[in-house]
Design a protein around this ligand. Structure first.
Ligand SMILES: CC(C)(COP(=O)(O)OP(=O)(O)OC[C@H]1O[C@@H](n2cnc3c(N)ncnc32)[C@H](O)[C@@H]1OP(=O)(O)O)[C@@H](O)C(=O)NCCC(=O)NCCS
Length: 339
């Protein structure tokens, strides 16, 4: 499939990472908890996915409630005030409400008076798409500072009686502040690849609740508002996408695989990453993984893992960092960063 490829910075401004933050809701749901809910076992889940526990939002805790602490942490890390922001972009599959955008609520709660605010849905690739939108705004001179958030309350979309899906997902939020840089220095975003194969749109979907199949008592009773997925096909898509994006990214940017200090992939399944490491090849320790503790948090997974990797000292100045996403759509996206 063809992809949109962006190589920077050219004559435009540079977009750099100024700060990161993340937030996980307090409640831990372990595999033992799931054993009491569906016909599964800790051994099966660990062996097939690598997941041991995931976090679940409290009743009443919505997408923006997860996003806010992550956003505040990223702003503090960037030493910026909310009023410095020109844009807030929230990548999410399920916002607080259908209308208005969750970003609008976050703008008000942060007090980011000057900021444009909008949501973006590219499923689990959402954070990479949102990062590209923020970086493009900065490179073009439209924004100076952009807050990019991935936030998901997957637990509200999951059928807790379906063992094929409910074991995989978790809730959480991650955020990054992007800033315009005129001179040298800063964690420079060098290139993006974004793509979509819409013909595969049915591989992961929520059927009802949109204009195609509006909400009715029947759709609710039939459980058509829950997420459905073809796990095996998604697994293959994930491995193929990651391997191809990594190889292409290296070829386009004139770098060797071994030059990449750290990959932060969408946290989908430990076996997916293991398969990629074998095929590419790249040692497993070049991938930052938190799937055992967080499960799949969709658009939040890359920014949560990135923030954790930064806090854990996994990135040094000048390191080449590769962000790798894929998800419903089917979408994919990668970003190359000189940290
Ligand atoms: C979902 C996933 C873990 C399933 O693993 P898998 O190795 O492909 O397993 P299969 O679907 O082949 O199922 C194997 C067996 O385990 C069973 N099974 C499925 N879920 C189970 C569970 N939670 N506990 C126990 N058994 C389970 C299946 O019913 C099947 O039984 P059968 O052989 O009797 O039919 C894996 O395909 C995956 O991670 N895919 C990617 C999904 C994803 O992350 N999507 C979001 C992407 S953004």
């Amino acid at each position: 499939m063809a992809s949109a490829v962006f190589q920077g910075p050219g004559r435009m401004k540079r977009a750099v990472f100024a700060g990161t933050g993340s937030y996980l809701p307090a409640r831990r749901m372990t595999n033992a908890d799931l054993e009491r809910m569906v016909d599964t076992s800790d051994a099966w889940i660990v062996q097939r996915t690598g997941i041991r526990e995931r976090r679940i939002a409290a009743p009443g805790e919505a997408t923006s409630d997860l996003a806010l602490p992550a956003a505040r942490a990223a702003l503090a890390d960037a030493s910026l005030a909310a009023e410095d922001l020109d844009a807030i972009i929230v990548a999410t599959m399920l916002g607080d409400r259908l209308v208005p955008a969750t970003a609008a609520r976050i703008q008000a709660d942060l007090g980011a008076r000057r900021a444009a605010a909008f949501d973006l849905n590219a499923a689990c690739t959402g954070f990479i798409y949102a990062l590209a939108a923020g970086a493009a705004g900065i490179k073009s001179g439209l924004f100076r500072n952009a807050l990019v958030i991935g936030s998901e309350c997957n637990s509200r979309m999951v059928d807790w009686t379906d063992r094929n899906t409910c074991i995989l997902f978790g809730d959480g939020a991650g955020a990054a502040v992007l800033a315009a840089a005129d001179g040298a220095g800063g964690s420079d975003i060098l290139a993006f690849e974004l793509g979509c194969d819409g013909a595969k749109a049915d591989l992961i979907a929520v059927e009802a609740g949109g204009t195609r199949l509006p909400t009715t008592p029947e759709t609710a009773a039939a459980g058509r508002h829950f997420l459905t997925m073809n796990g095996r096909e998604v697994f293959k898509f994930a491995v193929n996408s990651i391997c191809r994006m990594l190889t292409d990214l290296c070829a386009r940017n004139g770098i060797a695989l071994n030059d990449i200090a750290l990959c932060v992939p969408h946290q989908v399944n430990y076996r997916v990453i293991e398969a990629c490491c074998e095929r590419v090849p790249l040692p497993l320790d070049r991938f930052y993984l938190n799937i055992d503790r967080c499960g799949n948090t969709s658009a939040a997974s890359i920014p949560i893992a990135l923030d954790e990797a930064v806090r854990a000292g996994r990135l040094a100045r000048g390191d080449l960092l590769c962000l790798l996403g894929f998800g419903a759509g089917m979408t994919w996206g990668s970003a190359l960063v000189r940290w």
